[in-house]
Design a protein around this ligand. Structure first.
Ligand code: NAD
Ligand code: MG
Length: 393
């Protein structure tokens, strides 16, 4: 029986990598192992129609309702069902599937992913913002529904693999690696001057614009610490970061006896996606190869949270817990969008996030959101604070 997969965010970077895997699967000797139930996208209607045809999806959903007619026209005669709007995205996520690949960017992915969990669908989670925005209630919902959260994010996927059959008491700490981004070697003065184009040029990974900027500020690694906290249950003091510019080792599990175990692979998201889609089995073939002799040297260094304050701010939010990560995530999304629109400079991103966290604290907003919906309300309040700050600046 083919496994049924739904792809939320099918036109994005992770979505396209998944589409590539599904196309390869369609050409598999002996018939496909997967069947694509639904594909969804935000606004890119022509790309969505193209993807839906290529993976032979049963349905295609565009979030932007004004593009419904165009999607319908583009898929006319294919037999692929079409729908539009936020509710339609959530309905597609809730259709029965063996895996829902959650690859919408930002907190916009929370409601559809929660809808998939409520329907009992196992999740291949790329959208880390789900766990930053609504971590505790999101994981509680998954536990309540008996749903598995399989991590796509490469570092967490590595740790997930490394922790198979491991007694948590034998683990000293988890170490996430970070490429260091395009500005690893820049001074504080130089960082203040970097441009959007420079920030969008990642040295080792090809990703969507938001996460590429997060990687340049190191906010991404801070978000990933919080993500690891929720996925694996280790306390903040057992979670660390190492800069590793070659991006070949994705994470380490360090055992109490001093043994370091790492997971290595080419920086290609198709591998962790494939792992999550095939779990508990493994894919039959590799999509990319790692030649360590050719790489030659793997190097590691400590992160510098003075030049990259986002890492410190995110770690503090992780330690504070409750509503702090929700506010951190919302403020960061607003700040990154403003940077991409060239309204603020690069170093204003962590500054804005820190100010909004202070304001939210003063306003008494940083209590634990009891449900996913409560987290989304706090997310909205934090966005308002951030937007107000931007106007005042
Ligand atoms: P992207 O910007 O390339 O794609 C985002 C997708 O979400 C698109 O299909 C877009 O149409 C859709 N979308 C955007 N807003 C939406 C909305 N409001 N409603 C419904 N759909 C919407 O992003 P990406 O780089 O593919 O990242 C997706 C997620 O995966 C992010 O959470 C990111 O942190 C995570 N992630 C990405 C990578 C990577 O290599 N790109 C690696 C690890 C984790
Ligand atoms: Mg990652």
């Amino acid at each position: 029986m083919a496994r049924i997969v739904t792809i939320l965010g099918a036109t994005g970077s992770i979505g396209k990598s998944t589409v590539d895997l599904m196309e390869r699967d369609l050409a598999r000797e002996g018939g496909p192992a997967f069947k694509v139930r639904a594909v969804t996208a935000g606004t890119k209607v022509d790309e969505l129609a193209d993807v839906a045809r290529r993976v032979k999806a049963e349905s295609a959903v565009i979030r932007d309702k004004s593009r419904y007619g165009r999607l319908k026209e583009a898929l006319d005669g294919t037999g692929i069902r079409v729908s539009a709007g936020d509710d339609a995205v959530c309905e597609a996520a809730a259709e029965p599937a063996d895996r829902v690949l959650s690859a919408i960017v930002g907190a916009a992915g929370v409601a559809p992913t929660a809808a998939a969990i409520r329907a009992g669908n196992d999740i291949a989670l790329a959208n880390k913002e789900c766990l930053i925005c609504a971590g505790s209630s999101f994981m509680a919902l998954a536990r309540e529904k008996g749903v598995r959260i399989l991590p796509v994010d490469s570092e967490h996927n590595a740790i997930f693999q490394l922790l198979v059959d491991v007694d948590p008491a034998s683990v000293d700490r988890l170490v996430l690696t970070a490429s260091g981004g395009p500005f690893r070697a820049k001074s504080a003065d130089e960082l203040a001057q970097v441009t959007v184009d420079e920030a969008l040029h990642h040295p080792t990974w090809s990703m969507g614009p938001k996460i590429t900027v997060d990687s340049a500020t190191l906010m991404n690694k801070g978000l990933e610490l919080i993500e690891a906290r929720h996925l694996f249950g280790f306390p903040p003091e057992q979670l660390g970061v190492l800069i590793h510019p070659q991006s070949k080792v994705h994470a380490f599990v360090v055992f109490r006896d001093g043994s370091w175990h790492g997971e290595l692979g080419a920086p290609d998201m198709r591998r962790p996606i494939d792992y999550c889609l095939n779990w508990p089995d493994r894919a039959e073939r590799a999509t990319s190869h790692l030649d360590l002799a050719e790489v030659g040297t793997l190097s590691f260094e400590k992160p510098d949270s003075e030049r990259f304050p986002a890492l410190r701010i995110a770690r503090e939010a992780m330690v504070a817990g409750c509503g702090a990560p929700t506010v951190l995530n919302a403020a960061n999304e607003i700040a990154v969008a403003a940077f991409l629109e060239r309204r603020i400079g690069f170093m204003a991103i962590p500054q804005l996030v820190e100010r909004v966290l202070e304001e939210a604290d003063k306003a008494g907003l940083l209590h634990e959101p009891a449900t996913v919906e409560a987290a989304l309300v706090l997310d909205g309040q934090a966005r308002d604070l951030a937007a107000g700050r931007l106007l005042a600046a």
